[in-house]
Design a protein around this ligand. Structure first.
Ligand code: HEC
Length: 146
């Protein structure tokens, strides 16, 4: 195959995969189940968690324009699915005290190890980039809950 044919083939493939859309309906929101509503952190802490974590770890996901573009949309969907599976702030009330404590430990850990918020996310969401002092107050607050 020559280059031109490969190029055309790729282009057709890129158009074809656009037909495979992701489901963007958020599961229902119940305020009585919500982490921030229940734990009631100070507004700055609440804002940080909403800005940096809620898109993947709650039912309050806002989908950016590129969530319409495959294959990026597929990656995004799998992050949201994986995120909600590990920790779902919209289902906080359903966790036992032991599970909550475990989640607080893990929340601390992922911030300390710089695993969360994910880099591929902060790249497009500057509000989710936490400064060192923001991280410090977030860590203090998580610690105070354990
Ligand atoms: C772009 C999506 C995304 C964002 C934003 C995000 N997470 Fe995650 N998170 C994931 C995914 C996917 C997983 C599961 C796979 C993994 O561990 O990488 C996960 C896993 C976790 C876990 C489970 C621990 C573990 O070891 O896997 C915790 C706790 C967590 N995230 C906390 C946070 C916190 C706190 C924030 C905000 C500061 C955040 N995440 C922001 C996608 C995200």
């Amino acid at each position: 195959m020559n280059r031109k044919k490969i190029g055309i083939g790729l282009l057709i493939l890129l158009f074809a995969i656009q037909l495979i859309r992701i489901d963007k309906t958020n599961p229902p929101l119940e305020l009585s189940q919500d982490f921030i509503a229940i734990e009631n952190p100070e507004p700055e802490i609440a804002q940080m968690i909403k800005d940096a974590c809620y898109d993947c770890h709650s039912h309050k996901t806002s989908y950016p324009w590129y969530s319409n573009v495959a294959p990026v949309s597929w990656m995004l969907k799998s992050h949201i699915k994986g995120g909600r599976q590990h920790l779902n702030y919209s289902m906080w009330a359903s966790y036992s005290d032991k599970e909550k404590e475990h989640h607080y430990q893990e929340m601390k850990e992922v911030i300390e190890l710089k695993r969360m918020p994910m880099k591929s996310y902060t790249f497009m969401h500057s509000k989710a980039k936490l400064s060192e002092s923001q991280k410090a107050s977030l860590l203090d607050w998580f610690q105070s809950k354990i």
